[in-house]
Design a protein around this ligand. Structure first.
Ligand SMILES: Cc1cc2nc3c(=O)[nH]c(=O)nc-3n(C[C@H](O)[C@H](O)[C@H](O)COP(=O)(O)O)c2cc1C
Length: 384
């Protein structure tokens, strides 16, 4: 399969499926519990149809936006994807470089196999850091100082992960065992790994993630990966953390994982610059609102006062335009670029971003809208 045969993100997902063992594909593709929210995230875009202005010539629509003080060529950022290096050895490095080529923001996950200094050196577009407090406050403070020194433009504080969601596919297909320390437990899944020799070779030579280089503990050692689920529970990110983080971090902060107007107002009152309306790609609490579903409430609550971003289920440029019409300033792409990374590393991410860009340009022309800043609710309506 070649990338030129990938015409949309669903094609890249198919290529990812073929390249990855079940454990890794399901880690990327799966959601929590019955995966109701996971599926709703994509389906909900179909609840809206467009209201185009025809007979309008739009030779070159303006897609640019400014998010958290940073100008970007398109209204999208690459979302934090933990364990990206396990999905493909280029992982976060490939994502930062590909985002740079398209001049969009990249948000590095705390759960990264590359140091933030390495990523910052490779990033040619705005780099942001997503924050979990896995090693507690002291480790968090050290990471934030490093992020500032490396030139990160802002923080995304993820508040919807007080415990890892129940992603049953991870238990079924060997992801837990792969990350664990017991080599015998991995044996059961060996045939599946061997059946994916390209991924396995990369994993053995380049992709093994044993520690997190951006979480350095009091003993000076990086955080050991096997403890992530437990550490999430003992290091819950709360509103009180925002207070000390704001004192330490002088740049803009976004709160990721907001689904109600109340939480958005709280984020605003605590001094955040932006919120991301998000259910974490359907991977945390199942049966919550979709990002698109919660967006109008959040935009009505704080839209005039802070930047509202959204994510979840964005697989086409048309989805991005619907989100903007409902009040988002930009979206985060999660699996939308990560399927490309899984299929072919950096080149696969390039392909995914190309698809989104072409979709955006074409859809804006078809709508007769010359700038994403002009998108509003008059460009869409609820399906009858
Ligand atoms: C494999 C995977 C890993 C993720 N890791 C993180 C993470 O480390 N931190 C975080 O804040 N969000 C994480 N997310 C959530 C994404 O940042 C984003 O909110 C979500 O993927 C958006 O939904 P979508 O995948 O349908 O686009 C992860 C998502 C996936 C699919």
């Amino acid at each position: 399969m070649s990338l030129t045969r990938a015409f949309n993100i669903a094609d890249l997902r198919k290529q990812a499926r073929a390249r990855l063992p079940d454990a890794i594909f399901d880690y990327l593709d799966g959601g929590a519990e019955d995966e109701i929210t996971l599926h709703e995230n994509c389906r909900v875009f179909g609840d809206y149809i467009f209201r185009p202005r025809h007979g309008v010539h739009v030779p070159s629509p303006d897609l640019s936006v400014t998010i958290m003080g940073q100008k970007m060529a398109m209204p999208m950022l690459a979302a934090p994807i933990g364990y990206s290096k396990l999905i493909h050895p280029q992982g976060e490095l490939g994502a930062a470089r590909a985002a740079g080529r398209k001049d969009i923001g990249y948000i590095l996950s705390t759960i990264s196999g590359y140091s933030l200094e390495t990523i910052a050196a490779a990033a040619s577009a705005p780099l942001f850091l997503q924050v979990y407090l896995l090693g507690g406050r002291a480790a968090g403070e050290a990471t934030l100082r490093r992020a500032a020194a490396a030139g990160c433009k802002g923080l995304f504080l993820t508040i919807d992960t007080p415990v890892a969601g129940m992603r049953e596919r991870d238990f079924r297909n060997g992801m837990k065992e792969l990350m664990g320390r017991d080599p015998l437990a991995k044996l059961k899944y060996l045939p599946d790994f061997i059946a994916h020799p390209r991924w396995l070779t990369n994993y053995l030579l380049n992709s093994k993630m044993k520690t997190l280089p951006n979480v350095i503990l009091a003993d000076g050692k990086p955080f050991a990966l096997t403890d992530v689920a437990k550490a999430l529970e003992t290091s819950v990110v709360t509103w009180s953390d925002l207070k000390w983080i704001r004192e330490l971090w002088k740049g803009p902060i976004a709160i990721k994982g907001v689904l109600t107007g109340d939480d958005a107002r709280r984020a605003r009152d605590e001094g955040a610059h932006a919120v991301v309306v998000s259910n974490h790609g359907g991977r945390q609490l199942d049966q919550v609102a979709t990002g698109l579903g919660a967006l109008p409430e959040v935009a009505a609550a704080v839209g005039g006062e802070m930047e509202v971003l959204m994510d979840g289920g964005v697989r086409r440029g048309a989805d991005i335009i619907k989100a903007l019409a409902l009040g988002a300033k930009a979206v985060l792409l999660g699996r939308g670029y990560a399927y490309g990374m899984a299929a072919a590393g950096e080149a696969g991410i390039d392909r995914a971003l190309e698809i989104f860009q072409a979709d955006l340009v074409r859809t804006m022309k078809l709508l007769g809208c010359k700038s994403v800043g002009e998108l509003n609710a008059s460009y869409i309506q609820k399906r009858g």
